[in-house]
Design a protein around this ligand. Sequence first.
Ligand code: FAD
Length: 542
Amino acid sequence: MGAGPVGALAALYAARRGYEVDVYELRGGTSVSYSLRLDHTDTFSDLRDASTTPLNFTKSINLALSERGINAMRHSDSPKLLDAVLSETIPMHGRMIHGQDSSENLTEESQQYDVHGRFIRAVDRANLNKHLLDELEGLPNVKLHFFNKLTGVDFNARKAWFERKEAPPQTVDGAQADQDQQPANRPQEFEIDFDLILGCDGAHSSVRYHMMKFLRMDYSQTYIDMLWCEFNIPPADEASKHNSGKGSASATDGFATSPNHLHIWPSDDKMFIAIPSTDKTFTCTLFAPASTFAYLQDHSDEASILAFFQHHFPGVSPNLIASSALHAQFTTNPHLPLISLKCSPHAFPSGGGVILGDAAHAMLPFYGQGMNAGLEDVRVLFSHLDAEAVERRAGTRQAHTEAALQSYSAERVPDAHTINDLASANFWEMHAGVRSPLYLFRKRVEEFLSDKAPWTGFATQYARVSFSNERYSEVTRNVQKQGELLLRGFVGAALLPVASWAAWWVWRYNRASGTGRVALKGGVGVGAWLGGVGERIGRIFT
Ligand code: FAD
């Protein structure tokens, strides 16, 4: 259910295993020029049409694609898929932190993501989705059904109901509108039977909603007090036309600032970020508290918005975005909320359904992991289904699917909760940690150990999350262990001079006092031990 990145990849995995797959998707484009294999006679286009706006997103959102998402595509038995996707990505080797020094000169500081040179990639979400759908379209056992909205599921009877429609209305945050808001001529309804529903229908999942009616599912959701709005930095030549040749010091290759970084303008409780696109533009996001958005809406003239940006995000405008464009983008682009949700379990007990991706764990975007984690869900789910298929000797297919879904849910829930928490915590790292000396010191020590003493197994949390496939729950366990070891090391290192000095005094004292020498010979008690150590250290230092 759902033909977003997670649903499309899940369908591909299922199809490659020989299942008959029907992909139902609420959205579709508006053009009639592109005809896709539909199961009814209309020739609508699908969500690959550029006119389609994704739910909860604006049209052109760029995402950070990292190892987990790449690995999930690597295991999809579609050799050309990954090459096609990666060929349209831009490597981002680190963060570029923008600011201003005490003389009000603009500053840029590059912070590499990884001591071993690994990087994340900027990918156009719509393009990635398109490649996945293209791959599906060529498979004989896959049917794609656009403009089909899931309205009901009975997991026990294994029946689902849909509305076939043309232009679904959307709520303020892009979610599907309530049925009461539908036009008078109601869309056509139909029913299907199914063996297994893979619910990949996003944060406002209908599959999850219906699963909760049949299942004791724990569920929590939070809207954080922050909104986001998209902006766009044009290519360098266009930017300089409007901004009298200004740009950023790291501008290169026709980009207005370095294309190989994720750019961050940190500012107290808000931040502005920019991710490169292959057309030499940057997709930018302003994250700020709702009260800041309210303030800007009350002061939405061009001069006020420019002044706000110059104060909080120096160097953005007019250097990279002309003041008029900044104003136009703030006033016309939607101001969208950020939701974080957790639920457990992710699967229906009798094996009829499972939720994946944002449907199971929509998270804040600050670790760049939402889609990566969703794609990883697919790989992990099918590893459980495959393992059950190998084990299957007696019993029905349904019993084994049920067992696979239960073991999947048991493994994945703690991992989903963990990355959800890490994503929430990472807002601090992005807007404050990147300037915190303690944070940077720990990062450097961990990177040093990872590089020069790989046998220690040390790696930064970021590297474990973004460049490995280690379970998220193990990442936090390992990072915590590392932290404890480092703390002990730092405390030990800090205490060493004090201990050495104390030991030296004990040794001096022992030399001067007969009692002390007796105690030393006895070798008992802390004083004696210190004396022994002191004697040895003392010999070195005197
Ligand atoms: P969606 O992309 O939401 O797809 C769900 C699909 O289901 C949609 O096509 C929808 O139309 C369809 N659907 C919904 N309801 C129904 C219904 N009733 N019937 C039929 N179909 C239905 N992730 C990263 O990995 N890296 C990043 O850098 C990153 N940056 C982000 C930045 C922002 C500002 C935001 C908001 C998110 C970011 N994410 C990032 C998260 C990422 O975008 C999502 O995790 C990802 O898109 C989820 O994919 P999905 O397929 O699970 O859900």
